[in-house]
Write a protein that binds this ligand. Structure first.
Ligand code: CMC
Length: 383
């Protein structure tokens, strides 16, 4: 019996030209600037849908009927509260810890309180996904209040995910406009093909590890400034610039040094990121409503300069660019921005992990070895 020779592996740095998974959740056409969740364009979803409905869509691959949406929302709200013991854990984290480090640690700790943490199969995994999605807002808001010396606010199961988060963060129910602004950001961040953190989650899941471990892997990956951490860097940049008249010099100096302008460029979109298209208009409205137009105007100026200087390279604003202004306008602290991304993307990560298990094969690419061969082993005394 002869064994077929496997095809020669291809070296694809950054895996830009490699497809390693199939998904039915989101579709991206980077050339045309299209993003769809289960075939529905992101613009329609951002205008008409809610985060809860989008999660149902991604996880069930169809829009819910009213009873289906009500029942899904009810189960989500039933799990808003943290398991006993988690609040003590929040209080044991150093107050000056970075929120993304705190979130990664706390999501990992959730598994310690979940009797189903290692349970396999579609149903236990779907239950774990629902609980993690429902409880993440309480982890973020709880840590933020604790670090500021404020009392932790219990969730309100009568509120939507976005409103409940803002309630737990501020101890006050948000206005409908502010809650809607966060809801829209959550919709826009829920899933995005095989981005770096989703890939990382699928790699962990492909080893048949558990869903908590996969989500923890994803959070660590999201944190980087080339990925989800970019929204915080955008805000840092806007603060550094400080005023509209300094934008031109700042951007030109950075480009001359070959430094990146955060919130611009994308591995997949070589036209406008459709999430940024929507957020640009939305951010203007939210900024005007909340009296924060100065930041928005600086952002617009940066965009104009980038269009003049680098659009020929296919570099346009990405989702992180205008989400920074939006989060700031609704009163979210800069160092919580990436946590907002994670709070939403758990939907995508969990959905991808379940898809991975549907037809699992261990994800294990190769590396081209470029070191020496046939070296002598020299005894330690003679080195
Ligand atoms: N500012 C200035 N130049 C840029 C930028 C930028 N933000 N992004 C890419 N370029 C240039 C880069 O210098 C290179 O130029 P050249 O060919 O002359 O050397 C060219 O564009 C191609 O860049 P690349 O690094 O090969 O592109 P990539 O596909 O590997 O990187 C990216 C994609 C997102 C990492 C990159 O665009 C970047 O670093 N952007 C800033 C960070 C950022 O905003 N990240 C959020 C991404 S969207 C949200 C998410 O999914 O997390």
């Amino acid at each position: 019996m002869s064994i077929a020779t496997p095809p020669a592996p291809i070296f694809d740095k950054g895996l830009a030209n490699t497809i390693v998974a199939e998904t039915q959740m989101s579709f991206i056409d980077g050339g045309k600037g299209v993003l769809e969740y289960v075939g529905i364009d992101i613009d329609s979803l951002a205008r008409k849908s809610t985060f809860e409905e989008c999660v149902y869509l991604l996880w069930n691959r169809k829009l819910p009927t009213t009873p289906e949406l009500n029942s899904f929302t009810e189960s989500l709200r039933a799990h808003y509260a943290l398991p006993p013991g988690m609040t003590d854990l929040i209080r044991s984290i150093p107050r000056d810890a970075t929120p993304m480090h705190a979130l990664r640690t706390l999501i990992s700790a959730l598994s310690l309180f979940d009797p189903e943490a290692d349970a396999e199969g579609e149903e236990p995994n779907a239950r774990k996904a629902l609980r993690m999605l429902a409880q993440t807002p309480a982890l973020i808001a709880g840590f933020d209040r604790y670090r500021k010396g404020k009392s932790i606010v219990e969730p309100d199961p009568t509120l939507s995910m976005a409103s409940n988060f803002l309630w737990m963060l501020n101890g006050a129910v948000p206005t409908a406009a502010v809650a809607r602004a966060l809801d829209v950001c959550l919709i826009l961040h829920a899933d995005h093909g095989l981005n770096a953190s989703t890939f990382a989650a699928r790699v962990t899941m492909s080893t048949l590890s558990d869903l908590y471990s996969a989500i923890v892997t994803a959070i660590g990956t999201l944190k980087g400034p080339l990925h989800g951490g970019a929204n915080e860097e955008v805000m840092v940049m806007l603060k550094e610039i400080g005023s509209l008249d300094r934008v031109e010099d700042y951007v030109m100096e950075r480009l001359a040094r070959k430094d990146r302008i955060m919130g611009f460029g994308h591995r997949v979109y070589k036209a406008f990121d459709p999430r940024a298209t929507y957020l640009k208009t939305f951010a203007r409205q939210v900024s005007a409503d909340t009296g924060n137009l100065a930041l928005y105007e600086m952002s617009r100026r940066i965009e104009d300069i980038m269009a003049r200087e680098v659009a020929a390279k296919g570099i346009y604003p990405n989702v992180d660019f205008y989400s920074a202004t939006t989060y700031h306008s609704i009163g979210i602290d800069l160092d919580l921005f990436t946590c907002m991304f994670a709070m939403s993307r758990i939907a995508g990560w969990a959905g991808h992990c379940l898809e991975q298990l549907e037809g699992n094969r261990l994800i294990r690419p190769g590396a081209a070895y470029i070191g020496p061969h046939a070296q002598p082993y020299i005894d330690i005394a003679n080195r």
